[in-house]
Design a protein around this ligand. Structure first.
Ligand SMILES: Cc1cc2nc3c(=O)[nH]c(=O)nc-3n(C[C@H](O)[C@H](O)[C@H](O)COP(=O)(O)OP(=O)(O)OC[C@H]3O[C@@H](n4cnc5c(N)ncnc54)[C@H](O)[C@@H]3O)c2cc1C
Length: 418
């Protein structure tokens, strides 16, 4: 029988994450929701220590294994991905916006993992024992290129004299752009075309580091939810990055294939399960609060009752719970496929679409069931309702992920089903 129990080692780490969520995130949630753009220093400081210690231990272990601290070749499933997704769920149960402020490359790291050569992974991601935690960002969206990001206009042109890529364009809604490029020695993976005539085939990604000349923060967004999370527009005006910062093959001739853009898709295969996990965490937070407050009033679900004997509130609670659990199982499926090195494109989009919708539904229901107080600052439910919506938007909107699922199941191409 397949067991969905988390292994003991992961459970221990989750306990630590739950402690951070309860003691550091939740008590500060309201403060950073109200004071948008302030950094959640309590959370960042704790996670900084935790991640530094974790990575120092990993580095030492790798030193013992192969003497140079490099990651050894992996044999068998990569369970660290499952661990990561479980941590995302738990930290988002604490506060989804604060989780996005974790001093870790997150989406930028996923983009590097998906496309970089082994040497580049070492160069951009190897840390600890060697360096401090870093933030990472990924910039793909532009004013005219969101859902259809192959329409991007940002260009990267090789200056053969200096052997640098010269990037020009604008990227919008970039999570952690400021933290990565202005407030720490982080990295931002920027997608640009090296050949505007080649469509998807011309698109490549570039690692832009802090201090790169010609890069500036053009705007910082005010948002409905996840208000503590940093979201900015980035302007690139003749921004120069070293030739070796192009991820994947530096051979521009190969761009006539869609290889470069496949890197973006591979990044989404990794990031969509993480967004789904975050959505499930928010949904679970709202569900548990509604269950707790209703139980205080004597309303609990009796699962042995027939449907026609249940009250409307009980049926609502059961529906919320069923949707939250289904979304979590889909998320686990997508991440376990990934851990086994199998393609998870279909399940990642299914999980992302379903979990985003679930978080939106469950948090709204929680606000409704809590009555007028659910609509006030008395509880965090109204904040979670605002936080939940982003999961229907970034990493491909719900509609786009549903399109991907439909194409995959029905066997249509992008052209045939738009
Ligand atoms: C808080 C926040 C953080 C973000 N972080 C990042 C980040 O770190 N990096 C990054 O690159 N981007 C980021 N984004 C951008 C995000 O990924 C895009 O907003 C998203 O992909 C949608 O693109 P768009 O806004 O251009 O909407 P559009 O593509 O203009 O879509 C508008 C609406 O039309 C629908 N639609 C579009 N095409 C179709 C279709 N073919 N069929 C059916 N419906 C369709 C969409 O689902 C949506 O509802 C972020 C956005 C926000 C709000």
């Amino acid at each position: 029988m397949i067991s969905f129990e988390m292994p003991e080692r992961i459970k221990n780490e989750l306990q630590m994450a739950e402690m951070v969520a309860r003691q550091v995130m939740r008590p500060n949630s309201r403060k950073y929701d109200v004071h948008e753009h302030e950094r959640p220093v309590e959370y960042i400081n704790v996670m900084w220590q935790v991640l530094r210690e974790q990575n120092r231990r990993r580095f030492e272990k790798q030193m013992q294994q192969n003497g140079n601290g490099d990651r050894p070749q992996r044999e068998g499933p990569n369970w660290s991905i499952v661990r990561l997704i479980a941590m995302v769920e738990m930290l988002s149960w604490g506060d989804a916006g604060m989780y996005l402020c974790t001093p870790d490359p997150l989406l930028g790291g996923a983009a590097i993992e998906a496309v970089a050569t082994p040497e580049q992974k070492v160069r951009f991601l190897k840390k600890f024992g060697e360096g401090e935690p870093k933030w990472g960002a990924m910039a793909i969206t532009e004013p005219g290129a969101g859902s259809d990001n192959s329409a991007m206009r940002t260009t990267a042109v090789l200056d053969e004299e200096t052997n640098e890529w010269v990037i020009n364009g604008e990227k919008i809604f970039i999570t952690n752009g400021k933290l990565a490029l202005e407030e720490s020695d982080g990295v931002c993976v920027v997608w640009a075309t090296v050949d505007p005539q080649a469509g998807r085939g011309g698109i490549k990604s570039f690692v832009v580091e802090r201090g790169t000349p010609g890069v500036s923060i053009a705007k910082q967004e005010h948002k409905l939810g996840i208000r503590v999370s940093d979201t900015v527009s980035l302007a690139f005006e003749n921004a120069r990055v070293p030739y070796d910062n192009i991820l994947g093959s530096p051979e521009v001739q190969e761009e006539k294939t869609t290889k470069g853009f496949k890197g973006a898709m591979k990044t989404f295969d990794a990031s969509r399960p993480a967004v789904a996990a975050s959505a499930v965490g928010v949904a679970r937070a709202a569900l548990e609060l509604a269950q707790e407050k209703l139980a205080d009033e004597g309303v609990t679900v009796d699962y042995t009752k027939a449907a026609h004997e249940m009250s409307a509130v009980e049926r609502d609670l059961i529906e919320m719970e069923a949707r939250q659990k289904a979304a979590w199982l889909l998320t686990l499926k997508s991440v376990v496929e990934m851990a086994h090195g199998q393609s998870n494109r279909l399940s990642a989009s299914m999980a992302k679409a379903r979990a985003g919708e679930t978080a939106t539904y469950v948090t709204q229901k929680a606000v409704e069931l809590l009555g007028p107080l659910g609509y006030t600052h008395e509880f965090l439910a109204e904040k979670w309702m605002r936080d939940a919506k982003i999961n229907d938007i970034y990493e491909g909107t719900k509609q786009i992920n549903q399109l991907i699922v439909a194409r995959s199941i029905l066997g249509y191409t992008r052209r045939e089903l738009k």
